[in-house]
Design a protein around this ligand. Structure first.
Ligand SMILES: Nc1ncnc2c1ncn2[C@@H]1O[C@H](COP(=O)(O)OP(=O)(O)OP(=O)(O)O)[C@@H](O)[C@H]1O
Ligand code: SF4
Ligand SMILES: [Mg+2]
Length: 374
């Protein structure tokens, strides 16, 4: 791989499109996703099951299951170089060395018939040409680094002999073995209990500080990202519906879907709040509703929402929202979330109130127009 531009973002995903051609039709799993990641930065990608979080990551890694999956458009630039136009060999050289991934299911991602030590050491043997002895030494160092107790003694143990949290540490060890510049962690804490979740997030935080990597943290849990992420991209039905620095998302969400997600998690800063889940289910991707994909579940939907798809409006600074009524959402959540209870204006009450006139796209630029700002 030839060196990229030193001024280019570490990673830039630009208008990425991925579809799965199935017997039931074409599922647009990723439908125009764009985001950037700088060195040392953490981007949390958030959304319900099936929103396209993992498929986006698989496209970045170049491991889409094809067929039925196809990357049909867009670019994935690593330090300015488009991974999607690289040869298979060049792509392989990036994978693991430059961009690496912790997969969603730690148990099935590890090979049950090899010891964990062997699987970590293999990274050094295969990619660095190290001897058996040297690679074992490096693997034990790495097991220590991810805080596996008695690493030397546990080198020969098999995956099933480790707890879920320890297996996740081993997956992280394998992912960081080659000092990648970008780490993608796909739901690294989902199957773990709350205490172990916190320990894994702490480990990721420490590694980020030590290694100054960029981290893409994929999760469906808004609760785990507050302390780690710099910015958040919220996905719904294969698209980003809101993108903002983390503190702005929590204090003043600009999209009804994000607002709904925030109402569904307990928060220490909003004691006494009433929790409420978002009603309904995400759409089947072969049958995405016309207009705004969220409209069947949105308590604020108006006629225009059922006919016109909102673009991802640039709404100031580093913020974007794909809602026709983002200004109303900002005004509503700014009041509700600032007062501490968040229950002053419940979606069901607000839905009964008359809507303000729709903001047309001319009052706020769609995000794609402002590429230079990214
Ligand atoms: N191998 C596949 N064959 C067909 N469709 C697929 C395949 N993999 C993914 N999809 C489609 O892509 C959609 C998005 O999948 P993805 O795994 O990215 O969801 P996700 O946001 O990571 O969800 P989760 O939180 O459950 O992991 C799925 O709903 C499905 O429709
Ligand atoms: S565009 Fe309409 S349906 Fe979509 S989130 Fe905004 S108000 Fe709800
Ligand atoms: Mg996933």
């Amino acid at each position: 791989m030839t060196p990229g531009s030193p001024h280019a973002p570490l990673l830039e995903v630009d208008d990425l499109q991925v579809e799965f051609r199935t017997r039931d039709g074409v599922a647009k799993a990723v439908n125009g996703v764009s985001y950037t990641l700088e060195q040392g930065q953490t981007l949390a990608v958030l959304g319900e099951s099936g929103s396209g979080k993992s498929v986006t990551a698989q496209a970045i890694m170049g491991i889409i299951d094809s067929p039925p999956g196809f990357v049909t458009g867009g670019r994935v630039l690593f330090r300015g170089q488009d991974l999607l136009t690289m040869s298979v060999g060049e792509r392989q050289a990036v994978r693991g060395e430059k961009i690496s991934m912790v997969f969603q299911d730690a148990l099935s991602a590890l090979n049950p018939v090899y010891s964990v030590g062997f699987q970590i050491a293999e990274m050094f043997r295969t990619h660095r040409g190290m001897s058996r002895g040297e690679s074992k030494k490096r693997a034990i160092e790495l097991m220590d680094r991810v805080k596996i107790p008695a690493a030397k003694d546990r080198f020969g143990d098999f995956p099933h002999q480790f707890s879920g949290g320890m297996r996740q540490r081993i997956m992280i060890a394998i992912a960081i073995a080659l000092d990648p510049e970008v780490l993608i962690a796909d739901e690294p804490t989902t199957a773990l209990d709350v205490t172990v979740q916190a320990q894994i997030m702490q480990l990721l935080r420490e590694l980020l500080q030590e290694m100054s990597m960029g981290l893409i943290l994929i999760t469906h849990d808004l609760g785990v990202v507050a302390d780690v992420a710099d910015k958040i991209a919220v996905m719904y039905a294969g698209k980003i519906v809101e993108q903002a620095p983390v503190h702005q998302i929590y204090a003043n969400p600009a999209h009804p879907y994000t607002e709904g997600l925030l109402h569904s998690i307990p928060r220490v800063d909003r004691k006494g709040q009433q929790l409420s889940a978002i009603k309904g289910l995400p759409p089947i991707l072969t049958r995405i509703p016309a207009g705004c994909a969220f409209n069947p579940r949105c308590p604020y939907a108006q006629d225009v929402c059922r006919s016109e798809e909102p673009p991802l409006f640039q709404i100031g600074g580093d913020r974007r929202s794909a809602c026709h009524f983002w200004e109303d959402v900002l005004a509503r959540t700014g009041t509700a979330f600032a007062t501490g209870t968040g229950s002053e204006t419940r979606p069901s009450e607000a839905a009964a109130a008359p809507a303000k006139p729709r903001k047309t796209p001319t009052t706020a630029k769609p995000a794609k127009v402002n590429r230079a700002e990214r």
